[in-house]
Design a protein around this ligand. Structure first.
Ligand code: COS
Length: 381
């Protein structure tokens, strides 16, 4: 049902075991210490997860996007912060390089992703969130280089990233037709992490503000064509949103699994609370939402694998799965009663982790705008 090859389905069994045995026991500590430990990132590399989605010609395993979505789902059941390290590296960094990068750029950076080096995407700015075309970070041509100046905010994988895909203005007169995308190495002089951003959920994921002060990048680091970077980032987000939908699905499943286990052993009025119809209805509704989210996530992933237009389906998957995750984590906490409201249980963390999926890679209000625009366009009216 996940459209996985037999080999991919077998590998997923290992990923599930890794998530259960090595990631899940650390999830609480990751949240408290606000860091995914290096040893987990190394293990993901050893298991070939960074290489999984990279094509064989760049040293990877050439597995499908559906496989990647399944990995993200499995890891997110255990710890969505850990999942985001991989998701960011592959959907937000590797995917745009793969889709639009020159051969030189692909060889240079994708081989490094295969080696477990992490990347990120630097699009959002203090004044440009939902209105992505309003970015103001500039890149000016000086000789054969471009010199970047500006500030980027909410950058996931911030401190872990060795390189970022960065969106900049190269022709201020032309709005979205004057935006270009570059790969910038984190070590480049003038590029600084100006602060860490502390969050409600996915606290293990490093989120930073980046400041660019006369950061020089070679023209050869351009991803796609000059002034065509908006298309690069929009298509990146088409893939990225499927990744977030898979993350939301995993969070919801992780929360519901725990809640069912608890409810089945929690006795009140002389019987397990799962004997009460009110509780059964809650479980049934949550299970149905998860199944519907799963169908959307893997339909979107399959279409991405078939190189079909995914604008509408990826927004639908992200919208539905993230709203479901928020609802399911809230209701799961409710099943724990007073205990769910304490930090003794994981339910409150699941709820905090779910919230971001309704916000990042485009708020769910923006997803609705995208879906409606596409539907109206398709109606031909
Ligand atoms: N995939 C591919 N191309 C897309 C696209 C998508 N999802 N969305 C828009 N485009 C293209 C359009 O086809 C159009 O191309 P042409 O110039 O060839 O006509 C161009 O991009 C501009 O599109 P549009 O006029 O719709 O742009 P808007 O400025 O109105 O913005 C939205 C469109 C709102 C969809 C965009 O700004 C957006 O996605 N915002 C959310 C940003 C986001 O997700 N931020 C999170 C960052 S990562 S944490």
């Amino acid at each position: 049902m996940n459209n996985l090859s037999q080999e991919e389905a077998e590998v997923i069994q290992y990923v599930r075991r890794f998530a259960n045995e090595e990631v899940k026991p650390l999830a609480k500590e990751i949240d408290i210490k606000m860091e995914v430990p290096d040893k987990l990132i190394k293990r993901m590399h050893e298991l070939g997860l960074f290489a999984s989605y990279i094509p064989k010609e760049y040293g990877g395993y050439g597995m499908s996007f559906s496989f990647l979505a399944s990995v993200i789902e499995e890891l997110s059941k255990a710890c969505p912060s850990t999942a985001l390290v991989l998701d960011g590296a592959l959907t937000l960094f590797a995917e745009p390089v793969l889709m639009f990068g020159s051969e030189e750029l692909k060889k240079k950076y994708l081989t490094r992703v295969v080696n477990g080096e992490i990347g990120g995407l630097a699009l959002t700015e203090p004044g440009a969130g939902s209105d992505a075309a309003a970015i103001r970070t500039t890149a000016q041509k000086v000789g054969s280089d471009y010199v970047i100046n500006g500030t980027k905010i909410f950058i996931s994988n911030g401190r872990l990233a060795r390189f970022y895909v960065v969106d900049v203005v190269t022709d201020p007169e032309r709005k979205h037709k004057g935006i270009s995308t570059f790969v910038v190495d984190a070590e480049t002089p003038g590029l600084k992490i100006s602060r860490d951003i502390h969050k409600l959920g996915i606290r293990g994921s490093s989120t930073v503000e980046l400041v660019f002060e006369n950061v020089k990048v070679p023209e050869s680091n351009l991803v796609g064509k000059l002034n065509e970077g908006f298309k690069v980032v929009m298509e990146t987000l088409d893939a990225g949103r499927i990744g977030i939908a898979a993350q939301a699905l995993g969070i919801a499943e992780g929360a519901l699994d725990e809640a069912i286990k608890y409810a089945a052993q929690r006795k009140q009025f002389g019987k397990p609370i799962t004997d009460f119809e009110g509780i059964q209805f809650m479980i049934a509704d949550m299970g149905t939402q998860i199944e519907a989210a799963r169908l959307l996530v893997y339909e979107a992933a399959a279409r991405w694998d078939r190189h079909e237009d995914c604008i509408k389906i990826s927004s639908m998957a992200k919208l539905f799965a993230s709203d479901a995750a928020m609802k399911i984590t809230t209701e799961s906490l409710q099943l724990f009663g007073g205990y769910g409201y304490t930090t003794d249980m994981d339910a409150e963390r699941h709820m905090r982790d779910a919230k971001i999926t309704q916000i990042y890679e485009g708020t769910n209000q923006i997803q609705r705008v995208i879906i409606a625009r596409k539907m109206l366009e398709e109606s031909g009216i």
